[in-house]
Design a protein around this ligand. Structure first.
Ligand SMILES: Nc1ncnc2c1ncn2[C@@H]1O[C@H](COP(=O)(O)OP(=O)(O)OP(=O)(O)O)[C@@H](O)[C@H]1O
Ligand SMILES: [Mg+2]
Length: 370
């Protein structure tokens, strides 16, 4: 079988940059594969995706060396328009992507462009709307929709054209955890139904792994530092070295001193073989020094308890970034978000909302441990 995407000794330097943003990229993605791309901010993930959809070099020029084929062809020969027939891109900032006055028009755009006969167009819009669950919204204006609904509409818009490759750049960025899970589920269904090749760029690894992926590519400083299955990657320390947050249960098990084995399928907590680890985590938890909360502080669930409840498989309120900001690219957004607390900082503790700040609705919030 011919690869769907193939980078060979590929490097790219933006015209505006002194140093190459991507270096020595060797990457082969086969048809129908589902690949997750992770890496720190500024490592070159979006640039890699832009090479596939043609924004690099057609919109963002620069110097390339090595070779790249998309759908077996050289992107330079295809042009942006030719590439748009093969690659559909859903950006996190969906607002800028809407073209139609209504959801239906927006989804139909690519078909109108291709002069697909009206009857066929209606049928296909209907089918796609069903798949992304926006049938009731077809008459609405895109601006009237919620973040999750907008995202489903833009997924519909790229899927209607039957592209081979679907590329999602931070699809979870503006979504709350529950809506994010639905988005990951939807991407999974699309892959299964359409057999498309899927690339997902996402730094919320634990959420992105809510449904199986075939491979995870870790990008660091413009290079591929890992290219392996989730079950192989999670036990290693590559993610930590790259500053990427591991799933909480993985951190907890490692923290308790246990060596995770790929054979236990650590990709999902629900299906992971936990028996070998539970005892170790229990022991560690029993020995861990119990910090006394300050007398005036609300009685707080310590982070160890959080970990414990995870490993034991008991649900607890999600501990996520408190607000979801719209707009900006990944880097930009993270800068804006810099002052806020994140659940992956181990020196944070979880405060249930009813004891603390009532304005936070997600069941609680995270506060630094003093
Ligand atoms: N259009 C551009 N022109 C010049 N340099 C750019 C351009 N886009 C990105 N860069 C630079 O390339 C580097 C990688 O950026 P890129 O957007 O690919 O990172 P990323 O891994 O997607 O980061 P994030 O997680 O923040 O989205 C950065 O140093 C950035 O400044
Ligand atoms: Mg990016």
């Amino acid at each position: 079988m011919e690869p769907m995407i193939e980078f060979r000794d590929f490097s790219f330097k933006y015209r505006a940059q002194k140093e190459p943003t991507l270096r020595d990229i060797n990457l082969t993605i086969m048809p129908g594969e589902k690949v997750l791309i992770v890496g720190p901010s500024g490592s070159g993930k979006s640039t890699l995706a832009h090479c596939v959809n043609g924004l690099v070099p057609f919109s963002y020029p620069g110097e390339m060396t090595g070779s790249l084929t998309v759908g077996g062809k050289n992107p330079a020969d295809l042009g942006l328009f030719g590439l748009s027939k093969i690659v559909g891109t859903v950006l996190q900032d969906t607002d800028g992507q809407f073209i139609g006055l209504t959801v239906a028009e927006d989804i139909a755009f690519a078909l109108e462009n291709d002069r697909v006969p009206q009857e066929e167009m209606f049928a296909r819009v209907d089918e796609v709307a069903e798949l992304v669950d926006v049938k009731k919204l077809l008459g609405n204006a895109p601006r009237e929709l919620s973040g999750g609904q907008k995202q489903r509409v833009s997924m519909g818009g790229v899927m209607v054209d039957d592209v081979d490759i679907l590329l999602f750049d931070e699809p979870l960025a503006n979504l709350d955890p529950a809506t994010g899970k639905r988005a990951i589920d939807l991407i999974d269904q699309i892959q299964k139904k359409k057999g498309a090749t899927i690339l997902i760029i996402e730094h919320r690894l634990e959420d992105a792994l809510y449904r199986d992926v075939d491979r995870i590519i870790v990008v660091g400083e413009g290079r591929i530092v890992a290219d392996t299955s989730p079950d192989e990657l999670l036990p290693a320390d590559i993610l930590k070295r790259q500053g990427i947050r591991e799933p909480l249960y993985i951190t907890a098990i490692k923290h308790a001193g246990a060596q995770i084995s790929a054979q236990d399928h650590p990709m999902h907590l629900e299906t992971m073989e936990l028996d070998r680890y539970a005892q170790k985590v229990r022991e560690w938890f029993a020995q861990a020094p119990q910090k006394q909360p300050k007398p005036d502080a609300p009685s707080a669930l310590k982070v160890e308890e959080l970990y414990f409840s995870y490993v034991e498989g008991r649900p607890h309120p999600p501990a996520y970034p408190l607000r979801y900001q719209k707009g900006g690219d990944g880097e930009h957004r993270r800068q804006k978000r810099g002052g806020q607390v994140h659940s992956f900082q181990p020196d944070l503790r979880f405060l249930p909302a009813h004891q603390g700040n009532h304005s936070l609705k997600r069941g609680g919030y995270l506060a630094p441990v003093h």
